[in-house]
Design a protein around this ligand. Structure first.
Ligand SMILES: [Cu+2]
Length: 121
């Protein structure tokens, strides 16, 4: 019986070590790129193009995708070069709301009328 317990303990120990090593390497790999989801006031495919283009020029942003139906913009970014706050600010400067941050009014006025959040669709 003792031998079985020792063997089990050894297996558990090896498994734990392997698991924590795997977890470590995952953390290291993920460290570079983070993902955030921002609720915007985008309404159509043109908004999608406008926002994704703006994100493409934003420093530290690797990729972005707007889901027009849910209005959620998913942004992949390098946390060493930018932050969720900067990304949201960039969204508001494009003329759209970003979560709790309201759209920049001057940028909003420049949007195509059909892209304004109060436009009739
Ligand atoms: Cu639009």
């Amino acid at each position: 019986m003792k031998i079985i317990i020792i063997a089990l303990a050894a297996i558990t120990c090896i498994a734990n070590t392997a698991y924590s090593q795997a977890a470590d390497s995952t953390t290291v790999k993920k460290e570079g790129i983070q993902t955030i989801q921002v609720k915007t006031s985008a309404v159509c495919d043109m908004c999608k193009e406008t926002l994704e283009k703006a994100m493409a020029f934003e420093k530290g942003v690797k990729d972005s995708n707007l889901d027009v139906d849910s209005k959620v913009l998913t942004v992949k970014y390098d946390p060493k070069k930018t932050s969720p706050e900067k990304i949201k600010k960039a969204i508001t400067l494009t003329g759209y709301d970003a979560d709790e941050m309201p759209a920049d009014s001057a940028a909003y006025e420049k949007l195509d009328p059909c892209c304004r959040k109060d436009a009739k669709h």
